[in-house]
Every structure is written in structure tokens, then in C-alpha cells.
Design a protein around this ligand. Structure first.
Ligand code: SF4
Length: 464
């Protein structure tokens, strides 16, 4: 067991990796295009080398995923991949398939073998099995409740344990699902999930004459009827299917956020706290890393005065589907499901990031439209403080052209001269190093705003 839990962030690309480390991650996990579960990894081999070197230079750790379930056709690639791993020297390799585990153990005995969430470890017995095989760490399934996690920790004190703390939930048993395969020809078990469980579905009726009619829900009929499913062997037991003008959401989980339960995880000695989201932006990586870094450090220094409400507003600045506690408190309740919308909503947008300092000029890549006079908050990596800036004009970083507003696109960058900051430029450079991210406030109004704030209220009722 480690003395202090590790904050583990996803690294879906080199920039995301560097941002996560800058904002406080102790470790990152990444894959390679060929063999990892996330088949759409943005890493080339060269970038991976650079990423590993960057992480180690900062005294942090990196784990690589090799967690797909192999078919015979994949086995021939294993020797090459294992050889590459031996050269790259990651701090751990995440594996799910027992055959892969055995192969890597035999051919690269110096590598630390971790058992991925794809192995669905939900009991102390399963942890002990993998420990006997030589695993150094086991990732517990998202489906493990806190009560179970505590028992597993007590019964397995001599192996590192990791659990999920933040990120999207899978409606299936963590990736074991055929919906994506069936509807999009993309296998979740091969890392290509298309999130079909969150797509919009509409109800249709087939009439006796064979014609099909869509049920259009509108202002006039929305209160006239409900849709109910009845399972063959449960007569009279009805499952309500919700549909409104946006569609129906039968399988639409909210996102997991265990920030309010962080003292539980730290108190029992979980070794690694994992954040999901390799396909999310560096903005997500930066904010999640910064928030949990601060929350974890504060708990260790003063557990009695720790209060999650200090950090929650930061996580609320992220686009999300509404937060829930996953399985932490036990069985999922209705409130863990979002019946209103499938897209992510938020009051803040990723404005851009400082991609480079050229002398005293910051080169700022634009990620969203910014208008003259809008306030931009630059997020300081080592505290929850921000540095605000409001510009009346924008200087193109390449051409020098001056405009009154600026839009994102094709790597559009502006140059921020030292005079814009209104304070000592060396201090600005210290507070906002390369990869600093920035956001802008764009409050949602109308139904979207109401839905978002309703979800925030629902989360508060879950926490009590
Ligand atoms: S489609 Fe949904 S339920 Fe299936 S693997 Fe993807 S996220 Fe999970």
C-alpha cells in the first residue's frame, strides 16, 4: 500500500499528457495505436517516447495499456509490441487478457504488470488470483461499491489497488457490450465504442396495415400518455420509457464524480485514483487534475476540515451529463440516469491554451470564439487561482493582423504581448507556463440552463 494515493489521469495525446502532468497528475495512462484498448489513440511511437521522457523528467509515472482481448490474429503482433515496451520502459503495463498477461510475464519479466478494469475485478478472490499470477496492481471494476472496496482492501493489503474516481460511466459491464458492435460495427471490446447507448432513440408504432408512424411528442400531447415496457414474466410490472421532444434515453448514465466521497477512498488506502476520459480535451485533463490534486493534498494535510464544496465548483465548470456517485454507495438509483439530455452541458467553454512562450510573448491557441472585451480566465496549474485577462483586440501570431474578435480553427493562434497582463511579465511566466489552459464564461440560458442546474441540484441530493 502506498503512503499517499496517486492521482491518475488519462493521456489521449501528447498535449493532454503534458497538460495532465503540469496540472498535478502523479501518473498518466496512455496507449499506442496498434494494440491498446482505445484503438483511436492519438499517439505515434515517437510521441510516446517523448511522453515517457517528459513524465519521467517530471518525476511522475506512466502506464501503457495493452488491454484488448486477443483474437488469434492479434497474437502474432505480441513479440514486436513486447520488445517495444521493453525499450520504452513504462512504469506499468495494463493488461486484461490472461493470455497476454502470461506472454508479457514470460518475455518481459522486468515490466510491472497491472490488471485492467476490462478484467472486471470485483472481489478479493479475483484480486488474490491476479496477485498470485504476479500482478503488481489491480484496477477494480466501476461496479464495486465502497463497502466491497473496503473489504477487498482489508483482505488484500499487499497489492496496489486502483479505482475509478471520475469520468463517464458505461451502461454495460465496463465495455462488455454489443450495442456498439451491432449499431455501428465498432466493437467496445476492441476499444472502438461509439457510445450508441447515449444516442437519441425515437419511438415508432407499426400499424396493422404495415405502415410505421413516428410518435411526435409536442406541447399538446406531451401529458397525454406514457410509454411502458412490460417484461414477459413480470406481468403488471411496468418500466417507464421516457421520451420528450429531444427523444428517448433508455441507457444514458450521468458521469461519475466521487469528489464528495474522496475521504472514503483515501481513508481506506486506495493506492491509485483513476480519471476516465482519454478522448476528452486537454482542458478536461487540466481542470480535473488541478481540482483533485488540490482536494487530495488538502485532505492529507487536514482531513477534519476538508469539505468537498470548496472544489466542486471547479468540476461544475466542465461540460458534463450531470454527475452521480456511480456504484459507490450501493445500487444505482434512478437519479444516476439522465432522462433529459445525452450531450454534455456546461456554463464554461475552453477558450484556448498557451502553446508556447516566445521570449515574453505568449502564443495562445484559440479553441473557442472570443469577442472584444470578453474576460478570459487563465488557470494557474499549482493552485485553484486564475489570472484574468480582457482583450479589446487580437494580434494574429503569424501574420500580425489585428482583429476585434477571433474564432477557433486550423490551429489559430494569437500573440499576447507582455503589456496586456498589467503585471510583471516574469511573474506571469511563472504562473502560466507552457500548456496553461484558459476558459471563458458562457452561461447557458433557457431550457439547457435549467436542465444543467437541475442536474447540479440532483447531485447534491445524492451526496447527503
Ligand atoms: S455503447 Fe455504451 S454500454 Fe456499450 S460499451 Fe459503449 S459506453 Fe458501454
Amino acid at each position: 500500500m502506498l503512503d499517499k494515493a496517486e492521482l491518475l489521469l488519462p493521456a489521449g495525446s501528447l498535449v493532454k499528457l503534458k497538460t495532465a502532468i503540469l496540472y498535478g497528475a502523479d501518473a498518466v495512462y496512455a496507449g499506442t495505436p496498434d494494440m491498446c484498448l482505445r484503438a483511436q489513440s492519438k499517439f505515434s511511437m515517437e510521441e510516446l517516447r517523448e511522453g515517457i521522457e517528459f513524465v519521467h523528467r517530471h518525476g511522475k509515472k506512466i502506464y501503457l495499456t495493452l488491454n484488448l482481448f486477443m483474437h488469434n490474429r492479434d497474437v502474432a503482433k505480441l513479440p514486436t509490441f513486447v520488445e517495444t515496451l521493453r525499450q520504452l520502459k513504462p512504469d506499468g503495463v495494463l493488461i486484461a487478457d490472461p493470455g497476454v498477461f502470461m506472454f508479457v510475464k514470460e518475455h518481459a519479466p522486468e515490466l510491472n504488470l497491472f490488471v485492467s478494469t476490462q478484467a472486471n475485478i470485483c472481489s478479493a478472490q479475483a484480486v488474490k488470483f491476479w496477485q498470485q499470477q504476479g500482478a503488481k496492481l489491480c484496477v477494480l471494476g466501476r461496479e464495486v461499491t465502497f463497502a466491497e472496496m473496503k473489504e477487498i482492501r482489508e483482505q488484500c493489503p499487499d497489492i496496489l489497488l486502483e479505482c475509478f474516481m471520475h469520468g463517464a460511466m458505461c451502461m454495460s459491464y465496463s465495455g462488455r457490450c454489443l450495442i456498439s458492435n451491432y449499431l455501428a460495427d465498432r466493437s467496445a471490446n476492441q476499444g472502438k465504442c461509439a457510445h450508441c447507448c447515449r444516442w437519441h432513440y425515437k419511438l415508432h408504432l407499426r400499424l396493422k396495415d404495415g405502415s410505421i408512424k413516428e410518435l411526435t411528442i409536442d406541447e399538446h400531447n406531451k401529458d397525454s400518455f406514457e410509454f411502458l415496457l412490460e417484461e414477459e414474466f413480470r406481468p403488471g410490472e411496468y418500466y417507464e420509457v421516457m421520451e420528450d421532444e429531444h427523444g428517448g434515453y433508455m441507457l444514458n448514465s450521468k458521469d461519475m464524480c466521487l469528489l464528495p466521497r474522496l475521504p472514503d477512498l483515501l481513508g481506506i488506502g486506495m493506492d491509485s485514483l483513476k480519471v476516465e476520459g482519454r478522448n476528452k480535451t486537454e482542458y478536461y485533463a487540466g481542470i480535473v487534475a488541478r481540482t483533485y490534486r488540490q482536494a487530495i493534498d488538502d485532505w492529507y494535510s487536514s482531513p477534519d476540515t476538508w469539505d468537498y464544496t470548496r472544489y466542486m465548483p471547479e468540476l461544475d465548470t466542465l461540460q458534463n451529463r450531470g454527475y452521480c456517485l456511480g456504484f459507490h454507495d450501493g445500487k444505482l438509483t434512478n437519479i444516476s440516469q439522465n432522462y433529459e439530455y445525452t450531450r454534455t452541458l456546461g456554463d464554461w467553454l475552453f477558450a484556448g491554451s498557451i502553446v508556447e512562450w516566445q521570449g515574453d510573448d505568449a502564443i495562445f491557441e484559440i479553441r473557442n470564439y472570443i469577442d472584444s472585451g470578453e474576460s478570459i480566465a487563465f488557470l494557474q496549474p499549482h493552485s485553484l487561482n486564475n489570472l484574468r485577462l480582457s482583450l479589446t483586440e487580437f494580434e494574429d501570431a503569424d501574420s500580425g493582423e489585428i482583429t476585434a474578435k477571433v474564432s477557433a480553427g486550423q490551429g489559430k493562434k494569437i500573440r499576447l504581448r507582455p503589456t496586456v497582463w498589467n503585471q510583471d511579465i516574469n511573474e506571469v511566466k511563472r504562473l502560466l507556463p507552457q500548456y496553461t489552459i484558459a476558459r471563458k464564461f458562457q452561461p447557458l440560458s433557457g431550457p439547457n440552463g435549467e436542465m444543467l442546474h437541475r442536474k447540479q441540484q440532483e447531485f447534491k441530493t445524492l451526496i447527503k
